[in-house]
Design a protein around this ligand. Structure first.
Ligand code: CA2
Length: 147
């Protein structure tokens, strides 16, 4: 069985660390990628870390994960609140799935509070800043079946 965890990031997260540091911190997505890969090595995971601004590309990567990954960690960013298509793609992945947000979406304006994705995932992690990615990998370690 695959030991790859797909860590998927949605729109605008490529610019992380450059705007709104009070909400999202100053860590860049490249730094988060490096830390996630290092954390994966400790936990015995290969981390496949990706970001796209395109809904269809995110959907295709979720489809590919059906054969290629043992778990998915997904920060859908703005698509969390709008994309039934991404919700459907998430439902098609049978393994453990963690929805992740850097900020505490429940403490924010109402448009950021109701993620469509949450009903399709094993668990939701939000509000721990960039460290949330490493925490999600630890949680994933307890969720995947190792062969
Ligand atoms: O907190 C998160 O991780 C979010 O998924 C980020 C999304 C937001 O729509 C969600 O409510 C919560 C937005 C990401 C915007 O990307 C930025 C990039 C650079 C600087 C600031 C934001």
């Amino acid at each position: 069985m695959s030991n790859t965890v797909l860590v998927l990031n949605g729109p605008n997260l490529n610019l992380l660390g450059q705007r709104e540091p009070a909400i999202y911190g100053t860590t860049t997505l490249a730094q988060i990628r490096d830390r996630s890969i290092a954390k994966g090595e400790v936990l015995g995971f290969q981390v496949d870390f990706r970001q796209s601004n395109f809904e269809g590309e995110l959907i295709n990567w979720l489809h590919d994960a059906r054969d290629a990954a043992c778990g998915v960690i997904f920060n859908p960013a703005g698509y969390s609140f709008t994309s039934v298509a991404l919700l459907d793609a998430l439902k098609l992945f049978d393994g453990p799935k963690i929805e992740l947000h850097i900020s505490n979406i429940h403490a924010r304006e109402s448009i950021y509070q109701h993620s469509l994705m949450s009903r399709a995932v094993t668990g939701v992690l939000c509000g721990f800043g960039a460290a949330g990615y490493e925490l999600a990998l630890e949680a994933m370690s307890g969720l995947v079946k190792r062969g």
